[in-house]
Design a protein around this ligand. Structure first.
Ligand SMILES: Cc1ncc(COP(=O)(O)O)c(C=O)c1O
Length: 424
C-alpha cells in the first residue's frame, strides 16, 4: 500500500478515536469498540497496524461504559480541605479550618471517656440496631424507638430516603442553592432535579409548590439551610406540608437544629403524627462535635422508618459513634455552653465585619455567609496561603460569597485580622 494512503487511513482512524473520546459515555458502547476493531483489521495491514489510541481508549473505558449512566451527570462533592493537606501544600506550621461547620471545641470530656471505653470493644461488630442509643434518643425526642433511623452521618439518611423512594425518571425538588448532597443522591438515582431559586436567601415555598408534578417523589427542605443559613418559620412549613400531596416525602434536614434560637422556628418532629410523609434528620456532627465519627439520624412515622431501615447497611453506624452519641445526650449542659459560645462568637464576627464594611448574611447556624468583591475562588486562595481554610461558595453558584464557620475566639480573631489585611 502506498505511503500516502496509509497516512490517510491513519488520520481517519485518529479522527475516529477523537470522536469516540468526546462522545458521551452512554454512546461509547462495546459495539463501537468492535466496529473500530473491524475498521482497523480491514484497513491496517499486519505489520503496520500501529496503535491509534482509539482501541486503547475503548479498553481503558470498558468499565466506565459498563457503569450506571447517571454517575457521569454528577459533579463529585468537594469537602472542605483537611488541615494537614494545606500545611503540606503551603509549607505552613499553623493552619486553622473554618470550612466545615464543625464544633471547634470537640466533644465533652465525658464523651471522650465514653469513646475510650468503647474503643476496647472494636474487635466486635457494632450493634446494628443501635439499641441503647435508640432508647435514649426516643425518650429525649418523645417518639417511639421504631421511629428512628440511624445513619453514618445524617448524609446517609438523605441517601436512604432517595434509595427508598426515588426511581429513574422521578423528580426531586430542592432549593437553589442548598446542601449539595440532596442533588447528588437524587441524580445518582436517575431522578430529574428541580432546583427552585431562593428568594433573598429564603425558601420560596410557593414556587416549590408550583414545581410539584405527578412525578415528584421527595422535596428537600434544609431548615436552617446551608449555605443560606436562614430557617423556615413554623407556620410557613406547616402550611406548605398541608398543601402538598401526601405521597410526596418531605425531608426536613435539621443539621443545625441545636443552633437555632428563633421563637417561631418550631419543632417539626411533632408534625410527624399528623403528616406521615414527613422525615426530619438531625446530626451529632455539628454542635455535638462528632463529625469524624459519622453519626446522624432521621425521625419518621414508624412505617416510613421501617422502609428506610430496609435499605440501610446492617452495620452502618460504628460502635464508637454509638457510645459517643449516648454520652452526648447525657451531657446537655456542656453542649448548651457550646451553642451559647458559638452564638456569642457569631455576634463578635458580625461586629468586626461591620467595622470592615463587609456585607454578610445573619444566619441561625454556626457559620456566616460573607459577600466578597473579589471572586470567592481568588479570596479563598489568598486566605489559604495565610493558613485559613474557609469555603469558596462558587460550587453553589455564589461566585462572590465565602462561608466561614464559627471557630474558637483566637481562630476568629486570626481570620478577621487576615481578612482585614486583604483587599477583597
Ligand atoms: C444542611 C446539612 N445537612 C446535612 C449535613 C451532613 O452532616 P453529617 O452527614 O455530618 O451528619 C450537613 C453538613 O455539612 C449540612 O450542612
Amino acid at each position: 500500500m502506498a505511503v500516502p494512503a496509509i497516512e490517510k487511513l491513519r488520520s481517519l482512524a485518529r479522527r475516529q478515536a477523537f470522536h469516540l473520546k468526546w462522545m458521551t459515555p452512554q454512546r461509547q458502547t462495546v459495539r463501537e469498540a468492535l466496529r473500530l476493531r473491524v475498521f482497523n483489521t480491514l484497513y491496517w495491514p499486519s505489520g503496520i497496524n500501529e496503535n491509534t489510541g482509539a482501541e486503547n481508549f475503548m479498553e481503558k473505558n470498558v468499565m466506565k461504559n459498563a457503569a450506571k449512566k447517571p454517575i457521569f451527570q454528577v459533579k463529585p462533592y468537594v469537602p472542605g480541605r483537611p488541615i494537614e493537606e494545606v500545611k503540606r501544600e503551603y509549607g505552613l506550621k499553623s493552619v486553622i479550618k473554618l470550612a466545615s461547620n464543625e464544633n471547634p471545641y470537640g466533644p465533652s470530656p465525658k464523651v471522650m471517656a465514653a469513646i475510650k471505653k468503647a474503643a476496647l470493644g472494636v474487635n466486635r461488630y457494632p450493634d446494628g440496631g443501635c439499641f441503647i442509643l435508640r432508647q435514649e434518643l426516643a425518650k429525649r425526642l418523645k417518639v417511639g424507638p421504631d421511629q428512628l433511623v440511624f445513619g453514618n452521618g445524617s448524609d446517609e439518611t438523605i441517601v436512604l430516603a432517595v434509595k427508598a423512594f426515588v426511581q429513574e425518571g422521578d423528580e426531586v425538588i430542592i432549593a437553589q442553592p442548598t446542601f449539595l448532597v440532596y442533588e447528588i443522591a437524587s441524580r445518582l438515582a436517575g431522578a430529574a432535579v428541580k432546583a427552585v431559586a431562593l428568594n433573598g436567601f429564603n425558601y420560596d415555598l410557593n414556587a416549590m409548590r408550583v414545581a410539584v408534578t405527578a412525578k415528584t417523589r421527595i422535596i428537600f427542605l434544609g431548615n436552617p439551610d446551608n449555605p443560606a443559613g436562614s430557617y423556615i418559620p413554623r407556620d410557613a412549613w406547616e402550611n406548605f406540608i398541608r398543601s402538598v400531596r401526601k405521597d410526596i416525602l418531605i425531608f426536613i434536614d435539621e443539621a443545625y437544629f441545636e443552633f437555632v434560637d428563633a421563637p417561631d422556628y418550631g419543632d417539626s418532629i411533632t408534625l410527624i403524627k399528623s403528616y406521615k410523609n414527613v422525615v426530619v434528620s438531625r446530626t451529632f456532627s455539628k454542635m455535638y462535635g462528632l463529625a469524624g465519627l459519622r453519626i446522624g439520624y432521621a425521625v419518621a412515622d414508624a412505617q416510613v422508618a421501617d422502609i428506610l431501615n430496609r435499605v440501610r447497611e446492617p452495620f452502618n453506624v460504628n460502635s464508637l459513634a454509638q457510645a459517643a452519641a449516648v454520652a452526648c445526650l447525657k451531657d446537655s449542659a456542656f453542649y448548651r455552653r457550646i451553642a451559647k459560645e458559638s452564638a456569642a462568637q457569631r455576634e463578635w464576627i458580625y461586629g468586626e465585619l461591620d467595622k470592615l464594611g463587609v456585607e454578610y448574611r445573619r444566619t441561625f447556624t454556626n457559620f456566616v455567609l460573607i459577600k466578597t468583591k473579589l471572586p470567592a475562588a481568588d479570596l479563598s486562595k489568598q486566605l489559604l496561603r495565610q493558613g485559613v481554610i474557609i469555603r469558596d461558595m462558587s460550587a453553589w453558584g455564589l461566585d462572590h460569597y465565602i462561608r466561614v464557620s464559627i471557630g474558637k475566639p483566637a481562630e476568629n480573631k486570626r481570620f478577621i485580622k487576615i481578612l482585614g489585611s486583604l483587599s477583597f
